[in-house]
Design a protein around this ligand. Sequence first.
Ligand SMILES: NC(=O)C1=CN([C@@H]2O[C@H](COP(=O)(O)OP(=O)(O)OC[C@H]3O[C@@H](n4cnc5c(N)ncnc54)[C@H](OP(=O)(O)O)[C@@H]3O)[C@@H](O)[C@H]2O)[C@@H](O)CC1
Ligand SMILES: Nc1ncnc2c1ncn2[C@@H]1O[C@H](COP(=O)(O)OP(=O)(O)O)[C@@H](O)[C@H]1O
Ligand SMILES: [K+]
Length: 490
Amino acid sequence: MIRILKGDAVSKLDQMHCKRIGQSSYELMETAVQGFIHWFEEQKFTGQEIFIYVGGGNNGGDGLGIARHLQQRNYQVTVVLCFNDEADLSADSKINFDRLPEGVSKISFEDFDFPSKGIFIDAFLGVGLKGKLRDSALPIVDSWNKQQGVKIAVDIPSGLLSEGIAEEKTSVACADYTVTFAFPKLSLLFPENAKVVGELVLVDIGIADSLYQEFESDLFYIQKKDIPERHRRFHRFSHKGDFGRILLIGGSLGKMGAVVLSAKSALRTGAGLVTCQIEESERFIIQASVPEAMVIGEDLKDLDAFDAIGVGPGWGVDNREKKLEFLLKSFSKPMVLDADALNVLSQNPELLSLLPKNSILTPHLGEFERLVGSCVNHLDRMGKASELSKKYQIILVLKGANTLISLPDGRQLFNSTGTHFMATGGAGDVLTGIITAFLGMGYSPENAAICGVFHHGLAGEYAGKIRFQGTIASDIIEQIPRTFEFVENS
Ligand SMILES: NC(=O)C1=CN([C@@H]2O[C@H](COP(=O)(O)OP(=O)(O)OC[C@H]3O[C@@H](n4cnc5c(N)ncnc54)[C@H](OP(=O)(O)O)[C@@H]3O)[C@@H](O)[C@H]2O)[C@@H](O)CC1
Ligand SMILES: Nc1ncnc2c1ncn2[C@@H]1O[C@H](COP(=O)(O)OP(=O)(O)O)[C@@H](O)[C@H]1O
Ligand SMILES: [K+]
């Protein structure tokens, strides 16, 4: 799994990589440029002039390389020179500057007559940015933000620090897409920066995962290649007991759909036997809509017969405190707690110490802040999530774009799958079903959380490609089986 490094570690990572494989830093820049071009061509942006803002550092060098390749592919390209003197160019940028074909127009920023339409590529400043933007850079960022058209940031939007937060007052070049190299810079994953980062695209530039281990960082990025090794293997004679007996507790008058969604998701993930514990009066709803699931009433006996329990979807909070306490005291294996189970915990924080070790809590940002108090920003949130995980030895799944998993040993993992089309009622109930199913199948809690979040996001992406903003939670469930095919077969 790749680590998310601090911005200033990038050049060291590059050097180590180049040394290990006998490549020059210019060749690495060329790999990054070609990765960008590959993505760009896939997008099929058509018929427009391309303007590339280039700075004097290696980010500008990427931009100059991109200009050459695009011109060779018959695009009309203008580079907007955002540095004072050629002599200030970094060594690799100078090579790309000298290689610019005749057909690429060059114009200094001062002489740039603002066009109204085009494709804009921001290769002004990358991770080499230090501190706040200098005054001399502000007009460049302002000009960028006034342009009309598709806007693409190379590596990181100019003005954004690799661990920074773009607040209202800060000057950052806003992008529709950010094409970042090697690993996502931390700030690209913050919800506060969503508006300046746009869609995040990661380009692999061939740096081996093992090289990242040379750097100290507790932050990781989960990708498809990390998943198959975490899957449990079953065999020809596997029976339904091997796939786990799970219990889902939730639902209340008017909110039974939440348990229905969790139960269906668990079954589509492969859970062997799913039992739902709901209010007696509502049993008809489950039996009719998920005939594969069993239903039990209020009286909970023999909890040990279950391999995993998921509690909370649609549960309500009234009179749930004693029940949650009973569950936490009676079940010693890790559990999944979501939605109202988390709200009950927030109202009764003394219950936190009863959580079985490695239990998985899946709050969205609102539920999380109810648990830990309000957070200033995502960095603060990440710190509080880590503290809570360590203190109670639990796994925290902080849901949202790039869901963050905090592990009891301090590691924090960002997910790469998902889409805003998943921002729909019930999507979280689906995740509860998936993670509980994995736990029931005997996955370690860490793997259940990682695989759960990854498959859930991928199922959401598939559903989003068919249903767009009409995606509903049930569409995500339908796509779960396909996610296994994709992860295992590619
Ligand atoms: N593995 C990878 O990820 C790869 C990375 N690669 C690429 O290299 C990029 C990093 O390049 P880098 O280190 O040369 O720095 P970069 O971002 O161009 O910034 C330097 C410029 O910023 C300026 N500047 C600084 N502070 C400033 C301020 N406050 N306000 C205003 N200006 C300020 C500084 O000015 P100076 O201080 O020199 O006057 C200088 O001009 C990286 O993002 C990626 O695109 C790929 O090519 C290969 C693989
Ligand atoms: N913009 C987004 N990008 C990616 N995933 C998202 C986005 N918005 C929501 N999701 C995912 O959808 C799910 C929503 O969960 P939640 O808020 O608990 O919904 P509900 O309570 O309606 O079930 C989470 O897993 C979250 O990660
Ligand atoms: K940039």
